[in-house]
Design a protein around this ligand. Structure first.
Ligand code: GLA
Length: 523
């Protein structure tokens, strides 16, 4: 492991702990989201709402999107959470439990989750804290918090967005804390995404409750990207930078990049703004139908590296001249700093970047990496302590500056699968083996993954490291097991060796079916 990585992550820990978030008002957490190893960097994935709204959502659509996400290179770029939003996917049965709407999701919500996990992706679902979801087409969790969170765990969700419609008279802090506790009690690691559109100012109290919280109203109505509205949202969200950090993120809503109506420059600008704000990158366009220019923008590894930086700082505006804004305040793990110049105006503009704003000493020489042109050049500040860049209309210059000419990419983990299924007869005891690989798509190294203790006696897991790829070997022994279905969640941690703080975490499901007991499995 390179020393620079160790040092910088340790600094990052200090940075986050030193932030000014007023946690005192929040309910005391059972497990702090920052320490549960989930969402240590902003979640990346895809949700249907921005393009599809409610009605076109069904199993076929979600599976096609999953396939397109993999085929188009988005999985390799780090996008992982996928699933239906408010897609009329479940109802409450007479027994009070949630059940899949099998007309729309014939494999059942568990079956859809298995499909997603088999592809090495994570499963996202949606619900509401009130009596009904926003369109009222689906039940909310009010009064059913425990059984619903157990059901989402049984369906094997990894991420749950919890909306705030139909919640008249409910206490927002207590409600979301109650849902967090129900989720923890259900026993599955799940990213908890609060969606109150900024109501109740969640940035002030939600860090111990969830991993991300919406800060504003919806970015667009289904199928209707709205550029000016998106910029308004960015300008509001950027002010909330003190409250963001590893495990707890401001969420200015899903991406509109790649939706009809935006120019290439606007797509680039939008993606840079969301990357700079350490915002969750939940794509919202139709992935089945993307021009190369959109794919290039959504998968730009250098922009994603800024978003996924392990220090987790949220960049914000440090200077504004007319319609040109300079964004900084985003130190990166390798000692470089991100800087974004955004020109909201209709004509080309010149912008002066103060080197003090980007953490460089006055009169120093430095290197500038252009994250869209993928080129490094040497820079130096003039006598006034600034250097200038030209930026096109509605466009950005997205840069990293450093005293070193090397710009590293932080770890981005991509798995070949998140579900291992074993089948064995009951009569003759067997030992079966399967592997799973975790590739690090960054240019910096990660220490070996460590397996969390607590595995069942029938399962042994070992990790072998080969460069930036790590192979997780799973051995199942059925000796002494009766006919039945067995399940384990294997959790892997990657900790920074000096501070012991989590750097990254992963988990996957192992299913073992002894004696063909799986017939009639839950849907
Ligand atoms: C709210 C959310 C949206 C979407 C819809 C579904 O408006 O903010 O992101 O989930 O509900 O109805």
């Amino acid at each position: 492991m390179k020393k620079a990585v160790i040092m910088a992550v340790a600094i990052g820990a200090a940075f986050v702990l030193g932030s000014t978030s007023p946690r005192a008002q929040a309910p005391s957490p059972t497990v702090h989201p920052t320490d549960d190893g989930l969402a240590l960097t902003p979640p990346m994935g895809w949700y249907p709402w921005n393009t599809f709204g409610q009605d076109p959502q069904n199993e076929k659509l979600i599976k096609e999107i999953v396939d397109a996400l993999v085929a188009g290179g988005m999985k390799e770029a780090g996008y992982s959470y996928v699933g239906p939003d408010e897609g009329i996917c479940f109802y409450r049965g007479k027994d009070g439990l949630l059940a899949t709407n099998l007309d729309r999701y014939p494999s059942g919500l568990r079956g859809l989750g298995d499909y997603i996990h088999n592809k090495g992706l994570k499963y996202a679902l949606y619900t509401d804290a009130g009596t009904r979801t926003c369109s009222k087409a689906m039940p909310g969790t009010k009064g059913h918090e425990d059984e619903d969170m157990r059901r989402f765990a049984e369906w094997r969700a990894d991420y749950i967005k919890i909306d705030w419609c139909n919640t008249e008279g409910m206490d927002i802090v207590k409600t979301y804390a109650r849902l967090r506790d129900a989720q923890h009690a259900a026993g599955r690691p799940i990213v908890h995404s609060l969606c109150s559109w900024g109501d109740g100012e969640p940035w002030k109290w939600a860090a111990p409750v969830g991993h991300l919280w919406r800060t504003t109203e919806d970015i667009c109505g289904p199928g209707r990207a709205d550029w000016e509205h998106a910029i308004k949202i960015a300008l509001f969200n950027q002010k909330l930078y003190p409250w963001a950090g590893p495990g707890h993120w401001n969420d200015p809503d899903m991406l509109i990049a790649g939706m009809p109506g935006l120019t290439e420059a606007q797509n680039r600008s939008f993606f840079s703004l969301w990357s700079m704000m350490a915002a969750p990158l939940m794509a919202g366009n139709d992935l089945r139908d993307m021009p190369d220019t959109t794919i290039k923008i959504l998968t730009n590894p250098e922009a994603i590296a800024v978003n996924q930086d392990p220090l987790g700082a949220q960049g914000h505006i440090v200077r504004m001249a007319g319609e040109v804004s300079v964004w900084a305040g985003k130190p990166l793990f390798d000692g470089s700093q991100a800087v974004l110049v955004f020109n909201h105006g209709p004509t080309q503009a010149e912008a002066a970047i103060r080197i003090l704003d980007v953490g460089l000493p006055a009169r120093s020489e430095f290197y500038v990496r252009d994250l869209w042109q993928h080129a490094t050049s040497k820079g130096s500040a003039g006598p006034d302590g600034t250097f200038s860049v030209t930026v096109g209309p509605q466009d950005v210059r997205f840069l990293r500056v450093s005293r070193s000419s090397e710009f590293q990419l932080p770890p981005v983990i991509v798995a070949d699968t998140y579900l291992l299924s074993f089948e064995a007869p009951e009569s003759s005891p067997q030992t079966l083996a399967k592997t799973l690989t975790l590739k690090n798509k960054g240019t910096s190294d990660l220490p070996p993954w460590k397996v969390r203790p607590g595995l069942p006696s029938w399962l042994t897991v070992t990790v072998a490291k080969n460069g930036r790829t790590q192979t997780v070997a799973n051995r199942v022994s059925t000796a002494g097991l009766r006919k039945g279905l067995y399940h384990a969640v294997v959790r892997l941690d990657n900790v920074e060796p000096v501070s012991g703080r989590p750097m990254s975490a992963a988990y996957y499901d192992v299913d073992l079916d002894v004696g063909n007991a799986g017939i009639g499995r839950m849907r």
